[in-house]
Design a protein around this ligand. Structure first.
Ligand SMILES: Nc1ncnc2c1ncn2[C@@H]1O[C@H](COP(=O)(O)OP(=O)(O)OP(=O)(O)O)[C@@H](O)[C@H]1O
Ligand SMILES: [Mg+2]
Length: 319
């Protein structure tokens, strides 16, 4: 199980790093073995920052991340290498993950040098063959090719195959479907579902609600670096409690309606409030004199369904 406990990330910005940006604010959730969790939020809400902290690519400003009870921020040397055997990431743009002047299989060679220095050629070839086949790639069709000779879907599968070489238990999948065409999307989603059925845990980062619904048991909704709602996917999609989640659900385009017919009933008041609820400025329920001026805590509104809103009971009444 991977646990995030009150993690925050402050980036230093500005010319001399004099400004600070709180990109992730006190986020806690866990991902159980074999579970897929969708991390959903608009651009800039801090999704990739959370993924990068899990992958150890950037430091954590405060809080703790644990894999099977072990704090990952203290790992060094062999223990850190072991962590990377178990936890790997695949990112949005498959092309940027490859150097265009090297053949795509070079990324396998790097893994071999780093993690399997003693393996013989025959065993290694067998390992590559089985991990490529596990992601539906024919080794003869993809090995020895330059990245531009492969499709985006093939490259994305290639990266997942690379993660599988390491007996990975936990995959951070950061917008890995966004750049693929519709039919390849479904292929890669089905591949993730199959890996999940074999026990892999996945943090599925997306801003696309329909993808989140397709793949995950639970969803975490992020707004300005804060968790505003989380729970079982059905609860979040069919019974959202936070005004932001509700707005997201109402705004999803439906194929059976033209956009002029869609009346988005939740209109923001655009009031200014520097502290307090993170959604205050856009929230139709925001009330300066009431609880919204304070930061609402994450409360369990129904079993396993958490929300940070003092007005969550009114949200479904009003729409
Ligand atoms: N290295 C960095 N230095 C400074 N600020 C950063 C850095 N990386 C990200 N940020 C800022 O942190 C915030 C969160 O960024 P992040 O990339 O985590 O968002 P995201 O939810 O993944 O967005 P997107 O959907 O566009 O990928 C943004 O305001 C972003 O500009
Ligand atoms: Mg991102």
């Amino acid at each position: 199980m991977l646990e995030l406990e009150k993690i925050s990330k402050i980036y230093k910005t500005g010319t001399f790093g004099g400004k600070k940006l709180l990109a992730v604010n006190n986020v806690s959730f866990d991902v159980k073995d074999g579970e897929v969790i969708s991390l959903i939020g608009e651009s800039g809400s801090g999704k990739s920052t959370i993924g990068k902290m899990i992958l150890g690519l950037i430091s954590i400003s405060s809080g703790m991340i644990r894999l099977n009870g072990v704090d990952i921020t203290t790992l060094k040397g062999c223990a850190l290498k072991d962590y990377y055997r178990n936890v790997q990431g695949v990112f949005q743009d498959p092309f940027s993950s490859y150097n265009p002047i090297f053949k795509a299989d070079r990324i396998f060679r790097i893994i071999r040098e780093e993690f399997f220095p003693k393996i013989n050629n025959r065993e290694w070839d067998k390992k590559i063959d089985s991990s490529l086949r596990a992601v539906g790639l024919n080794p003869d069709e993809v090995l020895n090719k330059f990245p531009h000779q492969l499709s985006g879907g093939q490259l994305q599968r290639f990266l997942i195959a690379r993660a599988l070489l390491l007996d990975v238990q936990f995959l951070v999948a950061d917008e890995i479907i966004s750049m693929l065409d519709a039919s390849t999307r479904i292929d890669v989603l089905n591949l993730l579902a199959e890996l999940k059925s074999r026990g892999l845990s996945i943090l599925f980062i997306t801003h696309d609600l329909s993808l989140g619904y397709y793949i995950s048991e639970r969803a975490v909704i992020l707004y300005r670096g804060c968790v505003v709602e989380m729970g079982a996917t059905e609860q979040i999609y069919y019974h959202p409690l936070h005004p932001y989640t509700k707005m997201l659900m109402v705004s999803v385009p439906r194929l059976d309606r033209k956009w002029e017919e869609v009346e988005i009933k939740l209109k923001a008041k655009h009031l200014e409030l520097p502290s307090g609820c993170v959604y205050y400025e856009r929230c139709p329920f925001a009330d300066k004199d009431k609880d919204c001026a304070k930061r609402p805590p994450l409360i369990e509104a129904e079993s396993g369904h958490f929300v940070t809103c003092s007005h969550y009971m009114e949200v479904n009444e009003r729409v």
